[in-house]
Design a protein around this ligand. Structure first.
Ligand code: FPP
Length: 250
């Protein structure tokens, strides 16, 4: 085997948790001479299809970046369009998500959004809280750095002393403490960066970057990403048992 060859390909392995940066909506719309909003609208349809595909593949957690702490810098009509789209998507897809067995969680700073949107999120979370097929976490007004800071604040408020604070303790206060860390991180749209998404949680995630624009991302591209994940040699900073034994004998 050449040193650049894939290490193993176990066909039955699926990531338990997939995190997705749904990038490329604007360019998808531009290619069609449409306003950017239509790209985001197509992006919601793509999300619903990908969630169903993940359920079919027995993936338990999907977390998507819908609106970052930095997205407020976008033109105001795009920001309000996205807010309206999320509101509309909740009412349009809530029942469908419920019948698909999806539990919805929203992660991010809720203070800055309208009362109407906050109420819609609360309703979506409450209505789906007992669903068990897949947990869909929607990161909205979310940033990885915000998450670390809010976790520290919560820990301090809870009276955790510096001596008590370690990684496991801080994890309890992170916005996604209810989920395992993502195994697979997918970013569509051709950019190769994290953009302040789940900084704490992706420490040992496998990254797959796709040139596909998010509205064009479907089952084929998801399967390609899962296949790439299967070819990765996950060591979590350690070594494989056989390598460790060999090293001891050396
Ligand atoms: C990035 O594409 C995409 C976003 C900033 C928003 C993604 C949001 C959705 C798909 C809607 C989610 C709604 C729900 C209900 C979860 P971009 O605008 O940066 O695209 P570009 O890089 O081509 O300009």
């Amino acid at each position: 085997m050449s040193s650049c060859a894939p290490v193993s390909s176990e066909t039955s392995i699926v990531p338990r948790h997939v995190a997705i940066v749904m990038d490329g909506n604007g360019r998808w719309a531009k290619k069609r001479f449409l306003p950017r909003f239509f790209g985001h609208k197509a992006g919601v349809d793509s999300l619903v299809k990908v969630v169903q595909a993940c359920i079919d593949r027995k993936i338990e957690y999907v977390t998507v970046f819908a609106f970052s702490s930095e997205n407020w810098k976008r033109p105001s009509d795009e920001v309000s369009g996205l807010m309206g789209l999320v509101l509309a998507a909740v009412s349009r897809y809530l029942a469908r998500m419920g019948s698909m067995g999806v539990r919805i969680r929203i992660v991010g700073d809720r203070d800055a959004v309208s009362d109407k949107l906050r109420a819609a999120w609360n309703e979506a979370e409450t209505a789906t809280q007992h669903n068990t097929k897949l947990t869909l976490s929607v990161a909205f007004n979310y940033g990885g750095r915000w998450d670390v800071v809010q976790a520290c604040k919560q820990a301090m408020r809870a009276g955790v002393s510096p001596d008590q604070l370690d990684e496991a303790k801080l994890s309890q206060f992170m916005a996604m403490s209810y989920a395992p860390d993502p195994d697979l991180f997918i970013r569509t749209g051709g950019e190769v960066r994290i953009s302040n998404f789940l900084l704490w949680q992706v420490a040992y995630s496998e990254f797959v970057f796709s040139d596909c624009l998010w509205p064009e991302f479907g089952e084929t591209q998801l399967d390609a990403a899962i296949q790439e994940f299967r070819l990765r040699d996950r060591r979590f900073g350690g070594v494989k048992t056989a390598d460790a034994v060999a090293a001891l004998g050396a």
